[in-house]
Design a protein around this ligand. Structure first.
Ligand SMILES: Cc1ncc(COP(=O)(O)O)c(C=O)c1O
Length: 438
């Protein structure tokens, strides 16, 4: 992997303040090494673009179009972020280091400590606050693992809005405790494929599709919003404004590492749509531009949805209904059969175009992991540090463990920083199946 030596890779300098709730979001788009490929609607009347403009929050469309690198976080949102427990801790996993016998230092950015157990709340608070200010009372969205749905239900309960959530059936079934929690928080939950939309009814009649997928749930949520003009559609990943919201993770990490006087050698995150990864890494783009291969970015994906390691870099729809404009990113093709797994948050056929550009420019390494191996890594962390993390985050952890063992072989005191995107409290079924019963 090499850093381009011409001037296209010239990211904004990120101001490193005291550790605290950041005052600004960092927009990764102006500093990408290649221009972001535009979204494309090949329909004659541009109906997909028009639909997006009608169903989405105006302030989110404005954020997507913002060309500034640093965007002030509205004061009410900063307060919301402080109230949910930001900044999240950056902790050193010394017991894990000892178990691995590595000279490497392993740091964990602990998004699992947020009240819904995942980083998704960072964007949910910002979007639901924006919806309230725009006067929207009803929201619709989709969720894969349920972490995003949980975050939206939490934010809506806090700010007095009413969400409908299409939830990929496989995860909705696996996570009965989270399902109950969403309903207790007042959300209307529809297992996808549902009988509520035309797309859900059509796809649901195909026995191979009964487990659902994120792409299907997106299609259902978009169709629902199209038919309910009083309802606004919001997303939990893929689109630029979500990745911008998630930059609080990396901005905090950067300030926390600076306060410790530590400089990272490798940053690792799991990747589904790309929001925790870009939010965590974008504030370090300026360091990478200066340090080249001395600072590495690693994306950990599921071997069952290997977009970056095996997908094609081309235009595709993110929803199975093909009602959203096409975006260029790494895709497996929307007809790709995604096997049922316990890793709902990484189980999708395509992802964010921003991740696509960074990977295509050779600035982001990608590794794919099997489910049994990631749960073993999660169990190792539980035994060492007594922290139970989400299966999605276990992918990043496993890549971090590999780095630490490689550092041991090389005798290097490498600094490894891992984004722990979520808690595994609602993923016990997976741990039971893949660890206890093995
Ligand atoms: C805990 C957790 N981590 C990671 C992800 C992946 O999302 P993204 O790639 O947008 O960060 C999800 C998505 O649901 C998740 O729930």
């Amino acid at each position: 992997m090499s850093t381009p030596s011409n001037n296209v890779w010239a990211p904004a300098q990120v101001p490193v303040g005291e550790p605290g709730v950041p005052t600004h979001w960092l927009n990764p788009i102006p500093s990408l090494p290649e221009p972001l490929p535009p979204v494309v609607d090949d329909s004659e009347d541009q109906y997909r673009m028009k639909l997006q403009r009608r169903i989405r929050l105006q302030s989110m469309l404005a954020l997507d179009a913002d060309t500034n690198s640093l965007i002030p976080i509205p004061e009410a949102v900063r307060e919301d972020l402080a109230n949910i427990g930001r900044p999240t801790p950056l902790t050193r996993a010394r017991a894990l280091e000892r178990r691995l016998g590595t000279p490497a230092q392993i740091y964990l950015k602990r998004e699992d400590t947020l009240p819904t157990g995942a980083f998704k709340l960072n964007s949910a608070m910002a979007q639901v606050r924006a919806a309230k200010e725009e006067g929207a009372e009803r929201l619709v969205t989709e969720t894969g693992a349920g972490q995003w749905g949980h975050a939206v239900a939490f934010a809506c309960a806090r700010l007095g809005l009413h969400p409908t959530i299409f939830w990929a059936a496989i995860s909705a079934r696996q996570k009965a405790s989270r399902h109950a929690l969403l309903e207790l928080l007042g959300a209307r939950v529809e297992s996808s494929p549902s009988s509520v939309t035309e797309l859900g009814r059509r796809v649901g009649s195909d026995p191979t599709m009964v487990n659902g997928s994120l792409g299907l749930a997106i299609g259902e949520a978009v169709e629902y919003a199209a038919g309910h003009p009083e309802t606004r559609y919001i997303s939990g990943s893929n689109v630029p404004h979500v990745l911008i919201h998630q930059s609080v993770i990396g901005l905090e990490t950067k300030a926390q590492l600076a306060a410790l006087g530590v400089s990272p050698d490798v940053l690792i995150a799991c990747v589904g749509g790309g929001s925790n990864l870009v939010g965590f890494m974008a504030p370090f783009f300026d360091d990478k531009a200066a340090r080249g291969d001395d600072l590495r970015f690693v994306a950990a994906e599921a071997a069952t949805s290997p977009r970056l390691t095996k997908g094609r870099y081309e235009y595709d729809y993110s929803d199975l209904g093909c009602n959203t404009p096409m975006v260029k990113s790494y895709t497996l093709g929307r007809d790709y059969e995604l096997p049922p797994t316990h890793v709902g948050g990484l189980r999708q056929h395509s992802g964010s175009p921003i991740v696509g550009v960074v990977h295509h420019a050779d600035l982001l390494e990608a590794r794919a992991y099997e489910e049994k191996d990631i749960f073993a890594a999660g169990h190792a962390l539980l035994m060492a540090e007594q922290i139970l993390i989400a299966p999605e985050s276990c992918h990043a952890l496993l890549a971090g463990i590999e780095e630490a063992l490689e550092a041991k072989r090389a005798g290097e005191a490498r600094v490894i920083v891992i984004c722990v995107s979520g808690s595994g409290t609602h993923d016990l079924e997976g741990y039971v199946e893949k660890v206890i019963k093995q």
